[in-house]
Design a protein around this ligand. Structure first.
Ligand SMILES: Cc1cc2nc3c(=O)[nH]c(=O)nc-3n(C[C@H](O)[C@H](O)[C@H](O)COP(=O)(O)OP(=O)(O)OC[C@H]3O[C@@H](n4cnc5c(N)ncnc54)[C@H](O)[C@@H]3O)c2cc1C
Length: 436
């Protein structure tokens, strides 16, 4: 039984699918595998849904020993290795692999869960794209709504997700929107990137922090580092220094925790609510139960938890499959060993940082950008997705238009500007500072 068709669950199932000794049931709440590292490009209309999502059934077509089920697992019982789905079915296996990934962690920030737009799934990215595009359409029809924050985009979290999104959004506005919304003062658009730390891209080197901050400032992004967000309301965001930014687009890239299934699995949990696992990725006391990828605190050789990365998840998946096959062959399981291939982040057009190799060599600028494109294309699941993504990237790069600029109304909370009743203590009645 494998729960979750993300990087970890997919890698595990792919490896097991090659063995005639195993039957796998792979359950995911969606019928596709989503490529999370490119969600921000979906949100900024650079890539389309089909570029970053792959049908799980297509991946396992031709593998009679893999049964794909689309259903949300609500409860997992590690004692019996049984899972129960939202629609009431139960599935039981000799081995249970939990790889349900993560969801947004709002750290109890007032109003964040209700009023911000997280960027951790395909639906969330589509919804964000719809919101961004509708803000431009609304402001074009009625420029007065710009005063109410229609063109203020507030990104909370300066890690890879927030930094990459800020760069892509700035490019979209500077290169595309300025040419397409000729009646609108696009120059009044503001992108704010807020982080309570004093640098962007925390896991990278000091040089990369500076490069990322410099690049974003050049693109016009307003960095608010060393500030946290106190409140997110439907019409504004309040920072820790009391600044109120009017906005209808507060984007949450502020952190992750284990997916909600971890609340209903009866297993030991650690940082981020993630499942604690042993070096061989099984759970203490449950030799037939594994937890992998973002769903677990996967230890490195020194016992410290590895970061939540696609490469960690993929390697965990393959390692787990090898341990399952070792059990079947009567051989000993081995402790997971992560091969660190480096970290990368793209900061918009022609700008990226990469720290690769054991010594973490620094790359930045166009070379890092080219490396980023190559590595991400390699990581993508299907050949069709790779080709389509390259066509979209090339189209965007040379034409400076967004290939997927489609307002598909996946944002069902469309703004009704006429009913814009100021919330209690809003800008019009409160003495807080207002950002411009
Ligand atoms: C915006 C963003 C950008 C990122 N950029 C990078 C990057 O550049 N490089 C990098 O290495 N990593 C990056 N990451 C991290 C990387 O994507 C994750 O570490 C990786 O996806 C983890 O893989 P996983 O298999 O553990 O979880 P996921 O890929 O999240 O897969 C979990 C799967 O479980 C399914 N699922 C969840 N709950 C249930 C349930 N109850 N029942 C059934 N199915 C369920 C989900 O539908 C999903 O398919 C990024 C992450 C995000 C969100």
């Amino acid at each position: 039984m494998v729960v979750g068709g993300g990087f970890a669950g997919l890698a595990c199932t792919r490896k097991l699918a090659k063995s005639d000794d195993v039957r796998v049931t792979l359950i995911d709440k969606n019928n596709y595998h989503q490529f999370q590292p490119l969600l921000y490009q979906l949100a900024t209309a650079e890539l389309g849904t089909g570029d970053i999502a792959t049908s799980l059934r297509q991946v396992f077509r031709g593998h009679a020993n893999v049964d794909v089920k689309m259903s949300e697992v609500m409860v997992a019982d590690p004692k019996t290795r049984t899972v129960t789905t939202q629609t009431g079915e139960t599935y039981q296996g000799d081995v249970l692999v939990l790889a349900a990934g993560s969801s947004a962690n709002f750290f109890d920030t007032q109003g964040a869960e209700k009023n911000s737009l997280p960027l951790y799934s395909l639906e969330e990215a589509q919804r964000l794209r719809s919101r961004v595009l509708s803000m431009f359409e609304d402001a074009d029809r009625d420029p007065k709504v710009v005063d109410d924050g229609a063109l203020n985009f507030v990104i909370i979290g300066g890690g890879a997700t927030g930094t990459e999104l800020a760069g892509a959004l700035a490019d979209m506005i500077n290169l595309t929107m300025t040419r397409e919304y000729t009646d609108l003062a696009v120059k009044r658009t503001r992108i704010y990137l807020i982080d309570h730390g004093h640098s962007l891209l925390a896991p990278f080197s000091a040089e990369a922090h500076d490069y990322a901050a410099r690049t974003l400032r050049q693109k016009g992004v307003q960095l608010r580092l060393g500030e946290s967000v106190k409140e997110i309301a439907p019409e504004y965001v309040v920072l820790s220094d009391g600044t109120r930014i009017p906005t209808r687009t507060a984007i949450w890239a502020g952190g992750l925790m284990a997916a909600s299934l971890a609340d209903h699995a009866g297993l030991p949990r650690g940082r981020g609510g993630r499942i604690e696992v042993q070096p061989d990725l099984t759970i203490e006391g449950f030799p037939g139960v594994y937890a992998l990828g973002d769903f677990a605190n996967v230890p490195d050789a020194d016992g410290r938890a590895l970061p939540q990365l696609a490469s960690v998840a993929q390697q965990c998946g393959t390692w787990t499959a090898n341990n399952i096959l070792a059990d079947i062959a009567g051989k000993p399981r081995t402790a997971f060993h992560y091969r660190d291939k480096g970290i990368m982040a793209m900061i918009g057009r022609d700008a990226a940082v990469a720290e690769v190799g054991r010594k973490r060599h620094e790359l930045d600028g166009p070379i890092a950008f080219a490396a980023w494109l190559g590595v991400h294309a390699l990581l993508m699941t299907g050949v069709r997705e790779k080709i389509e993504a390259f066509i979209d990237w090339a189209w965007d790069y040379f034409s400076k238009t967004r290939p997927i600029q489609v307002l598909d109304r996946s944002d069902d909370n469309r703004i009704n500007w006429d009913q814009g009743v100021p919330a209690e203590g809003s800008a019009r009645s409160s003495p807080v500072k207002t950002a411009t």
